[in-house]
Structure formats: structure tokens, C-alpha cells
Design a protein around this ligand. Structure first.
Ligand code: SF4
Ligand code: SF4
Length: 750
């Protein structure tokens, strides 16, 4: 339905090759045919003069604009006008820079995009922000390096902070480490860890409330309104916060699984145990208390190993360099043998590595440690294969130190594995003793699915979802610190293995994200990736059939449900992806400027040539996160693509409602191309599951095609990352060719 009070004006920019490639007068005529009388063109609309003209028009009462010119991804601030809905029509990148100039098909393309833009501007509303009370206090869970830094920096930015630590004192691993590798030039000398002054600073800051020996019992609510129950010394306190930083750190990989490397022998210890020994000032062999003078450090102990930790923990090499120098400092008669796969000392730490190489008592040997055995006289023999000299060697040592890696402390990896395995058995439902055992495991671990920190009262589970290696991370390039729960950010080793410095940087990043979350929330706007978006999903509940598709498919746990299955939105958890809109079979979910009706109307607004004109029409639904910018980039490089396809940006491929496919086919489009971000474990889908959902909804699309007696190939789904932008025109052209071969849609003209 069109809005009654819209006063719409259309502006066509002629700059950047547009005027030279298109018949602008003919386009002005199209605007008139769409029922809009106010239409002007300008040689450079982004110029001061152009913008002033638009502002004057707005001052005279215009409340909706169509600006046909460059991509909406350019000149965004220039063409944003308070209180005026602005629809950008991409004539530059998607038309004149990617198609032949002054060509009939290019002209038709431009005119169709103009029709689509006008329909959208007529139907969309300027979003009214969702107003609710937002508490700006930040809760930091974890009082180690990351948590303490996050708390301090958040407080320094002027926010109230509640810092919760499960141990009786602050400090985390800093309490166990007396020395650290260097953080400052010349990156050669060990540094002393000064925890006391950090703790003092925290304790003296009256914006920070510290709770040690405390555990979270429950967190309910949503960003801006998280209600926290905290248990300290048997008593429960309750308070409200606006955002949460989880900085619960790491724990060492379970060395008891490294029997082949000698763990279990008293003289085989971990790098964490070595820290305590070195801090004591004397390196004495545990079995007989004699000084250990030959110490072998086994690098990657259980790391970069598919049977243990497949990843590198990034810090173990530098910890070993530090410990080797430290033990030499304590006793220059001691020799250190470092047995490594690769020494990883990134950046300036190369200088620190050199310092260790220069030490005549530190020996480096590249190879694979295959076994560590006791000799019977308290000594140990380390067998090393694949050495640089091509031979197997043996090293006799008094003490062996296993450089074990880091696992996130938030998630008990073993418990998660057990829960998932047991659940798979239960889900399969095969009879037998195994099923009974699996049921008991699921029951035991169901409350927290193997994780045990935040105790969120969310339909999707009580903690941050643990991903591939149990880290509750989001995509490490596109959205670090973000988690799958809006308003909750992860920092430090709970997110990825890090050293102390990197943890501090991480904490800053997460602190900024948490601050952004409460500030944006207080303006009724959402966070990354639709940063500042003030639209939000509205539900026409009277038509809801309680099918639960929206509650199940929302990737951010926004929607709780009542006992009948009616969705209960928690709007500040929402990231406005539109996946619920795509999921809802009743089509009752809409946003002020994005709805089933708006996109359907855009699809239907174009001119479809008759079958005998042999000009196919294709619809492209492009995810606005990677695919749409990718096509812009291809345009910037002047890579040409078929003029027969009409693109509409969508918030996420998961926001595509199958009815749009049906509408397009009924309207006479010959084929539909859907392009989203890459799914999978190292996903890039900005809304986590959108691309994947499109795959699963593919069955509905196939059914629809079957009902219409159309070929399956008329609908194609592609996944692409922005860096593959040059591939997109090729994908489009191949699809157009395939559709030409299949032939025109028989519904054309009906
Ligand atoms: S828009 Fe996305 S985040 Fe918001 S409720 Fe819908 S599915 Fe959930
Ligand atoms: S998907 Fe639509 S019909 Fe189903 S529960 Fe959600 S709102 Fe109701």
C-alpha cells in the first residue's frame, strides 16, 4: 500500500558518465509515468549547489526523495537528509559503468531501476526508532588481563562498570606469571609483571564496582536492559547493565592427554608449571629435588595436531624463549634445548628470538618430538625425528617442559564434545545401552551445553555458542569481538589465543563495542553490521499461526516465545537482518523500509518485454553485505555484465521470502539469481546463518518451480566474498546464457 502523505521528488544526476550514456529526458518521462511530477536533473548532484537545491526542496515540503546517480554506498552522508526518506538508484556502478553507453538495453535497465526506486520510495516509511530505557553500565566478566583492561578503559571513557571475577582476587593468569616477554623496544629483555598497581588503579576508580569470588547465576533481558543475578559468598545480588564483555580467559590444554610426550613422569612438566618453578628462583627436578641443568622444551605439545589442538596458540614459542632466558639468568650452568616445529615470534619478537639464539646455552633444534621416556635414573630421553640434518636424534634431559596450548576457559571443550556426541545419539534414537548413557549425558549437560559462564535466559541456550574450537567468536576479519548475542562481546583468550599485549588491545576493542551498543541502543539504533539502522521488525500478530519459524531461525536469539509459540520480541537484541521476514510463511513481519510488499512491488514494477522481443528478464537478489558491494567494485573496474538482469539489494540472503521468487516468476522473469555471503565454519555471512538458510529453503523454491511446471535451473543460488568481486559479472553472464538456452518463461505476458 502506498503512503498517503508522501511528497516525492526525483533527482537524476548526470555526472560520472550518466548524462553522456543515457537519455535523461526519456528517464524524466518515465518518472512522470510513475505518477511523480517533481523531477529534475543536475550535472553534478553531489556538488554543493546540487545538495543545496535538494535541501530547498525539502524545506518546501518534500518528504521523500529518489536520487538516481551513484551507488548508495558512495556519498552516503551527502545524500542523507534528516526527516526525509531517501532512496538511491544506482545508475553509475550498476548501469553506465557496467554496460554499453547509449544502448537501448542499457536505457531500459536504467529506466527499470528508476521505476523500482520510485515504488520503494512510495511504499517505504522513514523508520521511527524503537524507544526504550537503556542502562549504560557495562558488565565485565573475568578479572584477568583482558577483563581488567576492559573495565579500566570503559571507566576511563566515563561509563559505570561492574567487574566480576570468580577467584577471590583479581589478576587471572597474571598472578601466576612473575616475568613476561618484552612489550617495548628493544624487545630483548624480560619484564617484570606489575599486577599490584593495576589492581590498585581498578580499586581506586569509583566508577568500577568489583565483585571477586562471585559467579553469575542468571542473566535475563536484552541489551540496555540485562538483569543480572550474581552470587557472592552465598548471597545473591541483582542489578541491571546495558552491555556485557566476556573476558573469561583460557586454560592450558589438558596435558594428561599427552602421555606420548612423557606427561605423567614427575620430571615432565607443562610450561605453566615451569612458570611456578622459575618464579621460585630454583629449577629443581621434581623427582629428586636436584638442580635440573639440561632442560628440554617441547614446542607445539599437542598443538597443530589434529588429535589434540589443531590450531597454534600463538604465544607458546615466546613463552619458551622467555623461560629459556629466565632459567639461564637463574643459573648459567643450565642448558636449554628448544625442540620446535617452527618458532613463531611475530613482528618485533624476531629481536627477542635473536636474543635467545645469541645465548650460548640455548640450543634450537627443528624436528618432531615423537616420544619422551624415562631412563630409570631420573633422567629422560627425548626422541626427535625429521630434523634438519635428516636424522633421528635423542636428547637426554633432566627436565622436559611441554609447551601446551590454550583453550578457552568459557567452554569446557570436553563437555561440549560429550554433549554434542550424546545429543547426536539421542537424536538418531537408536535403541540400546548406548542410547541410555547418551540420554543421561544430555540430561547432565543440557542446562549449559558444556559452557558455564553467563547463564543467559535465552531460548537459544545459556551461554555464547562455542564454535569450531570452542571459541565463542564471530568472523575474525569482518566482525571481531562480536558474538552471536547482541550486546555481549568477547575479549582476550576466550575469543582466540593471545598474548598479554594482544589481550589488552582486544579488551579495548570489546570495550568500544560495548559502549557503541549502549549508545546506539539509546538512540533506538542497531549495532554492526546495520550500524545506526533505526528500523526494526514489526509483527502483525493477529495473523501469526505460531509456527515458530521466526523464533527458531533468528540467529541472535531476539525472539522468545510464549507457551503457544507466539513470538515475544526483545527488540534491542535484534540486528535487523530480516531473516525472520524471510522465514515467516504468513508474511506478517515487516520493517518500515523493508517488507515483503515493498520488495514484491519493486519486482513487479519493471517493464517485461514480450516473448517475441527475445529480451529475457532476470532478477538478481544481492546480499547488501558482500554481493552488492562486489558488483559496485566490478562496476568501478568497468567489468560489463548482462543488461537483462535487474538487481535488488536484500539485507541478507536469509531475508529472502520465497514469495518474491513466486512473484518474479509470475511476473514473467525468466530466471532468478540469488547471491549471498559464504557460509560454513569460517563463515562470512554477516548474519551467521543467512546464506545457509537460503540453501535449506531451496526445497520450498524447488516445490514452487514444480507447481509452476518450470525448470529448477531458473533459480540459482551463489555464495561469494567481496574479494571475489571480479567473478560476479562472469556468474551473471553465465546465468543469463543458461537462461537463454532454457528459453523464455512461459508465464510471460500473463
Ligand atoms: S531481524 Fe534478524 S535479528 Fe531481528 S528478529 Fe528478525 S531474525 Fe532476529
Ligand atoms: S514465522 Fe510468522 S507465523 Fe510463524 S511464529 Fe513467526 S510470526 Fe508467527
Amino acid at each position: 500500500m502506498e503512503k498517503k502523505d508522501t511528497k516525492l521528488a526525483v533527482w537524476i544526476c548526470q555526472g560520472c558518465d550518466i548524462g553522456a550514456s543515457l537519455d535523461v529526458e526519456a528517464m524524466e518521462k518515465v518518472v512522470g509515468e510513475c505518477g511523480v511530477s517533481a523531477c529534475q536533473s543536475h550535472p553534478f548532484l553531489c556538488s554543493d549547489e546540487g545538495v543545496e537545491l535538494i535541501k530547498k526542496e525539502i524545506a518546501a515540503g518534500t518528504n521523500a526523495l529518489v536520487i538516481a546517480g551513484c551507488s548508495p554506498r558512495f556519498n552516503t552522508d551527502t545524500f542523507t537528509f534528516d526527516g526525509c526518506l531517501t532512496e538511491r538508484v544506482n545508475l553509475r556502478e550498476m548501469v553506465v559503468w557496467s554496460h554499453a553507453p547509449n544502448d537501448e538495453d542499457t536505457q531500459m535497465l536504467a529506466e527499470d531501476y528508476l521505476r523500482m526506486g520510485i515504488v520503494r520510495a512510495k511504499k517505504a516509511h522513514l523508520p521511527e526508532p524503537f524507544e526504550t530505557e537503556i542502562d549504560k553500565t557495562i558488565l565485565v566478566v573475568g578479572g584477568g588481563q583482558s577483563g581488567m583492561t576492559a573495565a579500566l578503559e570503559t571507566a576511563r571513557a566515563g561509563y559505570q562498570v561492574v567487574l566480576v571475577e570468580k577467584e577471590p582476587e583479581l589478576g587471572g593468569w597474571l598472578r601466576n606469571f612473575a616475568r613476561s616477554f618484552p612489550k617495548t623496544p628493544p624487545y630483548r629483555d624480560l619484564e617484570t609483571v606489575d599486577l599490584a598497581s593495576r589492581v590498585k588503579e581498578l580499586e581506586e576508580d569509583d566508577r568500577i564496582q568489583i565483585h571477586c569470588g562471585a559467579a553469575i547465576e542468571k542473566i535475563s533481558g536484552q541489551p540496555g536492559q540485562f538483569d543480572v543475578s550474581l552470587k557472592t559468598n552465598g548471597s545473591t545480588t541483582q542489578f541491571r547493565v546495558g552491555a556485557i564483555i566476556q573476558a573469561t580467559g583460557w586454560k592450558p590444554y589438558d596435558a594428561s592427554r599427552l602421555g606420548h610426550l612423557g606427561y605423567g613422569s614427575p620430571n615432565v612438566i607443562t610450561n605453566v608449571q615451569m612458570e611456578e618453578l622459575a618464579a621460585s628462583g630454583k629449577i629443581l627436578r621434581p623427582s629428586d629435588g636436584k638442580p635440573a641443568r639440561r632442560i628440554a622444551f617441547v614446542q607445539c605439545a599437542g598443538s597443530r595436531d589434529e588429535d589434540h589442538l589443531p590450531y597454534c596458540s600463538a604465544v607458546c614459542c615466546r613463552v619458551t624463549l622467555k623461560q629459556a632466558l629466565w632459567i639461564r639468568e637463574l643459573d648459567d650452568q643450565t642448558e636449554a634445548y628448544v625442540l620446535y616445529k617452527d618458532i613463531r615470534a611475530p613482528g618485533q619478537y624476531e629481536d627477542f628470538y635473536r636474543r635467545a639464539q645469541e645465548d650460548s646455552g640455548i640450543f634450537f633444534t627443528k624436528g618432531d618430538v615423537v616420544s619422551v621416556n624415562e631412563t630409570g635414573d631420573h633422567n629422560l630421553v627425548v626422541d626427535v625425528e625429521n630434523t634438519l640434518i635428516g636424522k633421528q636424534i635423542q636428547i637426554e634431559a633432566d627436565l622436559v617442559v611441554l609447551a601446551t596450548g590454550m583453550v578457552p576457559a568459557a567452554a569446557d571443550g570436553e563437555a561440549i564434545r560429550q554433549f554434542r556426541d550424546a545429543k547426536a545419539v539421542v537424536d538418531k534414537g537408536e535403541a540400546g545401552a548406548q542410547l541410555e548413557g547418551a540420554k543421561q549425558t544430555v540430561e547432565r549437560l543440557a542446562a549449559h551445553e558444556g559452557t558455564d559462564v553467563l547463564h543467559l535466559d535465552y531460548r537459544q541456550g545459556p551461554d555464547l555458542p562455542a564454535l569450531k574450537y570452542s571459541f565463542p567468536d564471530s568472523h575474525f576479519i569482518c566482525f571481531p569481538y562480536e558474538t552471536r548475542r547482541t550486546g555481549i562481546y568477547s575479549a582476550g583468550c576466550v575469543r582466540a589465543p593471545n598474548d598479554f599485549e594482544a589481550c589488552a588491545e582486544d579488551a579495548l576493542g570489546a570495550a568500544l563495542k560495548a559502549i557503541q551498543s549502549v549508545e546506539l541502543g539509546s538512540r533506538g539504533a542497531t549495532v554492526h553490521p546495520r550500524w545506526e539502522d533505526r528500523s526494526y521488525p514489526e509483527f502483525a500478530m493477529q495473523r501469526c499461526t505460531q509456527c515458530k519459524r521466526c523464533t527458531e531461525e533468528c540467529p541472535f536469539g531476539t525472539l522468545d516465545e510464549d507457551e503457544k509459540g507466539t513470538p515475544l520480541p526483545n527488540i534491542t537484541r535484534c540486528r535487523r537482518c530480516g531473516i525472520c521476514l524471510g522465514a515467516c510463511p504468513e508474511r506478517i513481519i515487516s520493517f518500515a523500509d523493508y517488507s515483503v510488499d515493498i520488495v514484491s512491488s519493486m519486482i513487479k514494477s519493471i517493464e517485461v518485454p514480450d516473448e517475441d522481443e527475445e529480451k529475457p528478464r532476470l532478477l538478481g537478489l544481492l546480499c547488501e553485505n558482500d554481493a552488492y558491494p562486489a558488483l559496485d567494485l566490478a562496476g568501478l573496474d568497468r567489468i560489463q555484465h548482462s543488461p537483462f538482469i535487474r538487481f535488488i539489494p536484500v539485507r541478507c540472503l536469509g531475508s529472502v521470502n520465497v514469495v518474491w521468487i513466486a512473484d518474479a516468476l509470475s511476473r514473467g522473469y525468466d530466471g532468478i539469481l540469488l547471491v549471498g555471503c559464504k557460509s560454513g565454519d569460517d563463515y562470512q555471512c554477516h548474519f551467521i546463518r543467512g546464506s545457509e538458510l537460503m540453501d535449506t529453503r531451496g526445497e520450498n523454491i524447488r516445490e514452487k518451480l514444480l507447481q509452476l511446471a518450470l525448470e529448477e535451473e531458473r533459480v540459482r543460488v551463489e555464495q561469494l566474498s567481496i574479494s571475489e568481486y571480479h567473478k560476479l559479472p562472469r556468474i551473471i553472464n553465465e546465468f543469463a546464457k543458461q537462461i537463454e538456452e532454457i528459453g523464455m518463461n512461459p508465464f510471460k505476458g500473463f
